[in-house]
Design a protein around this ligand. Structure first.
Ligand code: PEP
Ligand code: MN
Length: 333
């Protein structure tokens, strides 16, 4: 349930109302905007007398929120959330370009790629250290050592870093990581989400291979329900009957999510298509439909990459993509 307060309500009046609502065992989330203040009520709202609440002098309207996601809901929080990570902002008009290899493979590789993508305009470095691979015999990532190398690349370039967590037992290793990624395969690992909700770290939450947008938002809600509101949602392609691409990029997800939620949305055209020659066109489409960030895999030698070489761009290819994405952004905003 939400209660929209009238313009001109004093802080004292609002506090009085909030105390009364809390007294009914409700959690109250306050979202103050320039135009309106919204009180989002979470808990058993069936006992709230809507007519009584509506009749209060300071209350403009009261509405039930039918969607199961509450804190992630734009009705609860009309203003766009701006996520801040290592000095970079994402959402609410701030656009981020995230680039880097699928996996960290060596110090030379990650530093070379980090310097190249930075020179081409990327403002966040990606790189997997813990890799969720379909085969247990495939390269599983450099793990803790990989995170150390990412931190070296961060020191060398000043770029904030994003890398994936697979198990909460490794959380200590992420102390200096700027954004923690939850991969598609862990989108509904609810225990992991709840633990990440207790941290203050920005979380990049990828959509599961076969999950609906409502399920993605419910996963965000798990993180938010523990107190962490710094979440970036990621569309990375979903499973369909189509086999021409690795996954099917659901670009309409960007607009659907922007309507439903205040959280920023990043598009990953690399995992969505699985093919390097399709990454740039889908990145342009993502920028054109208003994505708040684009995340692209870049490798200094894709044919020798230990993971996802077929979808990785070379630094010159990324340079062209980055230039064109910037031009598209200028055209649409
Ligand atoms: C990744 O970004 O490295 C990754 C494994 O992606 P996804 O979880 O979307 O498959
Ligand atoms: Mn990858």
């Amino acid at each position: 349930m939400i209660a929209i307060l009238k313009h001109g309500t004093t802080p004292e009046q609002m506090q009085h109302l909030v105390d009364w609502l809390k007294h009914m065992n409700l959690d109250v989330h306050i979202s103050e905007g320039a135009e309106v203040t919204v009180l989002g009520l979470i808990g058993d709202t069936s006992r709230v007398d809507m007519e009584l609440l509506k009749s209060l002098e300071m209350v403009e309207t009261v509405k039930r929120v039918s969607e199961p996601f509450k804190q992630a809901n734009r009705k609860f929080h009309p203003k766009d959330t701006i996520v801040e990570a290592g000095g970079v902002r994402i959402g609410g008009g701030y656009f981020a370009m995230i680039a880097g290899p699928c996996s960290v493979e060596s110090e030379e590789q990650i530093i070379e790629v980090a310097q190249a993508v930075k020179a081409s305009g990327a403002n966040i470095l990606r790189g997997g250290a813990f890799k969720p691979r379909t085969s247990p015999y495939a390269f599983q990532g450099m793990k803790g050592e990989g995170i150390k190398l990412l931190l070296k690349a961060k020191e060398a370039t000043g770029l904030p870093i994003v890398t994936e967590i697979m198990n909460i037992s490794t959380l200590d290793l992420f102390a200096d990581v700027d954004i923690i990624q939850v991969g598609a395969r862990n989108m509904q690992n609810f225990d992991l989400l709840k633990e990440l909700g207790k941290t203050k770290k920005p979380i990049l939450l990828k959509r599961g291979l076969a999950n609906t947008l409502q399920e993605l938002l419910m996963s965000a809600e798990y993180i938010m329900s523990e107190g962490n509101e710094q979440i970036i949602l990621c569309e990375r392609g979903i499973r369909t009957f189509e086999t021409a691409t690795r996954n099917t990029l659901d670009l309409s997800a960007v607009s659907v999510l922007h309507n439903l939620t205040h959280l920023p949305v990043v598009v990953d055209p690399s995992h969505a298509t699985g093919k390097a020659n399709l990454v740039a066109p889908m990145a342009y489409a993502a920028a054109a439909c208003g994505a708040d960030a684009i995340m692209v895999e870049v490798h200094n030698n894709p044919s020798c990459a230990l993971c996802d070489g077929a979808q990785s761009l070379t630094p010159p290819q990324f340079d062209e993509l980055s230039r064109k994405v910037r031009r598209i952004r200028e055209a649409i905003v």
